[in-house]
Design a protein around this ligand. Sequence first.
Ligand SMILES: N[C@@H](CCC(=O)N[C@@H](CS)C(=O)NCC(=O)O)C(=O)O
Length: 243
Amino acid sequence: MSTNELILYTNVLSPYSRTVMGVLALLEIEYKEHIINPFKGEQKTEWYKKINPKMKIPAIKDGDHCMGESIDICKYLVETRKLKTPVWPVDDQEKTDQMEKDLAKIDELGAATGDVAFKCFFAKALGQKLPPPNEKKKYLDVLYRVYDGLEATLKQRRTQFFNSDDHPGLQDYQCYNLFRQVIDIGLAKLDKHPLLQQWVTACGKVPSIAAVNVKLNKEMKKVKFLMKWVLPIMRCLTCKCCC
Ligand SMILES: N[C@@H](CCC(=O)N[C@@H](CS)C(=O)NCC(=O)O)C(=O)O
C-alpha cells in the first residue's frame, strides 16, 4: 500500500542527515523520522538497501519514491514542493552556480572530517585502537588545509555565509554540519581561522540549524557518557585477560 507521507531515514549524529533535517525545518515540511543506528549496521540491512542501495544515511521515502544523497534530497524537496527559498535559489543562476562550485568541494571536507572524527574518536566506541599522536596530527593537518581554503573563500566573498550575507545556502548547511562533527568532540579548533569561527557562530544562530542542534547536543551528551563510563565498564566486565 502506498501513502503520501514523507519518511526521513536519519541519525542526528550524521552530519549529512542534519543537513536534510535543517532544510526540512526551514521549509516547514512535515515528515516522519525513522532513526537508523549505524553502530548496529542498520544501514546495511536488506530492507534499507531497497530504500538506499548505497547503504548510507540519510535517505527518504516520499510516497513511493525512495532516494539517498543529502544534497540531492534537499534539491528534490525544494523542487517537488515548488518552494522559493534562498537555501537553493533556483531563480538566481549566479548563486546556483556558486553553490554548485562550493558543493563540488565538499567531498574533500567530508573525507578529512570523517578521518578525524572516526579514526581519532568514534573508533573507540567500536572497540578499535586510536591512532598514535603523530598519525592523529597528520589527519588534523589535512583537515586544517581544507579549512585554509574555506577561510580564503570567505575572505574573498566578504559575506557572512558562503551563499550570501543574509542567508545560508545548501553549502553552508552541509559545511556547518561537517564542522560540528569535529568541533563537538573537541578535536578541531578554529583559533587560526577567524572568519570560519564567525561563520560557525552565525550558522548556529539560524533557527532551522539551531533547532537541529538541540537534538544533536542531547545525543552527543549520551554518546560522550557512553564512551566515558559505560563502554569501559562493559569492556572490563567482559575482559578475559586478567581474571
Ligand atoms: N554523500 C552522502 C554521504 C552519506 C554518508 O556518508 N553517511 C554516513 C553517515 S554520516 C553513513 O551512512 N555511514 C555508514 C556507512 O558508511 O556504513 C550524502 O551526502 O548523503
